[in-house]
Write a protein of this length. Structure first.
Length: 323
């Protein structure tokens, strides 16, 4: 079990109290901010509109994709929307929610006060509403585009996290791997959603769904940053070193192009040359971390003092990130 260290350093105590105060203010604003408390998202489907942005497909410039029939390309775009949503489901259910549950169960030092429990419960309500949003959107898309047979496999983001956890025997190590992945995912997810939230070239239902989700995730990014500022000082020296080593890894996991998922989906659609398209894209997936804006994570690492440790510095350098 994670150990709770006494905060004897005034600077650390001040930082934690400031984080708690800011979290309290965010929690108090939830009734007015949270989308679940406001108007429902309109889910009218317009069959004449594309469901997804072509430029977001990992193989959008591949000659084989460009030569496909309009019908095949439309199906691929619709599946792009399904995959996009399924990844948000995976983030919410397999990554963020378990960390919230760990905090509520008292498994994470520094997060035991009423303010922390209050905002974590609000976050869980938000996440449950986001699941409803995207499940409704995917249900309608599957129905209108005749894609009920498509099954999306496990995402590498989740698989890599679980593989990392399987390499350690101590429960506290697995909890911190989950927590690091949650923090990084919440920092990244609002930018991930921004790609579609204000796009006028896609299905209005899809744009509205993503915009509603992103509205809450902008707050969640700040929430998880503040939670990190509260729990990190409460870790033991060994736990701090472990968290510092792990923190950069989810950057690459999140940035992965999920080509295995796409290969499965293209094969299910019976797209000609699917294996060749994916094989040609795999070299592009090297150095995945360098394709995303990781400044939010490095800023957090700097504020926590992670970059003042050898473990933290080595972890970021191993990804080729100059922190």
């Amino acid at each position: 079990m994670l150990t709770c260290q006494s905060q004897t350093i005034d600077l650390q105590t001040h930082a934690c109290s400031q984080s708690q105060l800011m979290l309290h203010r965010i929690a108090e604003g939830w009734m007015k901010r949270a989308k679940v408390r406001r108007e429902p998202v309109e889910l009218d489907f317009d069959p004449t509109q594309a469901d997804f942005l072509e430029k977001l497909l990992p193989f959008c410039e591949h000659p084989r994709f460009q030569s496909l029939s309009p019908n095949d390309r439309q199906k691929i775009l619709s599946c792009g929307w399904l995959i996009y949503n399924e990844k948000t489901v995976a983030i919410e259910t397999a990554i963020v929610t378990p960390s919230c549950n760990d905090a509520l169960a008292g498994q994470i030092p520094g997060l035991g006060g009423d303010t922390f429990r209050h905002i974590i419960c609000e976050t869980l309500v938000d996440e449950a509403y986001h699941l409803l949003l995207v499940e409704n959107a995917n249900r309608l898309t599957r129905f209108h585009r005749d894609l009920g047979h498509i099954r999306v496999p496990t995402f590498n983001l989740v698989r890599f996290m679980e593989m990392e956890q399987a390499g350690y025997s101590e429960p506290w190590q697995r909890i911190l791997i989950q927590l690091a992945t949650s923090v990084v995912s919440e920092i990244f997810v609002s930018d991930y959603l921004h790609q579609l939230s204000d796009c006028q070239d896609i299905q209005p239902m899809n744009r509205a769904t993503v915009a509603a989700h992103r509205h809450d995730e902008l707050a969640h990014s700040k929430i998880f940053t503040l939670l990190a500022e509260a729990f990190y000082p409460a870790l033991s020296p060994v736990e701090k070193a472990f968290f510092a080593e792990i923190l950069p890894k989810p950057i690459a996991w999140f940035a992965d192009m999920e080509l295995d998922v796409w290969e499965s989906v293209l094969q299910q659609l019976q797209i000609p040359g699917a294996a060749s398209i994916i094989a040609d894209c795999r070299p592009l997936n090297a150095n995945a971390a360098l394709r995303v804006d990781y400044s939010g994570v490095t800023e957090l690492a700097r504020n926590l003092g992670v970059l003042d440790t050898a473990c933290g510095q080595d972890g970021f350098l191993a990804l080729g990130i100059a922190a």
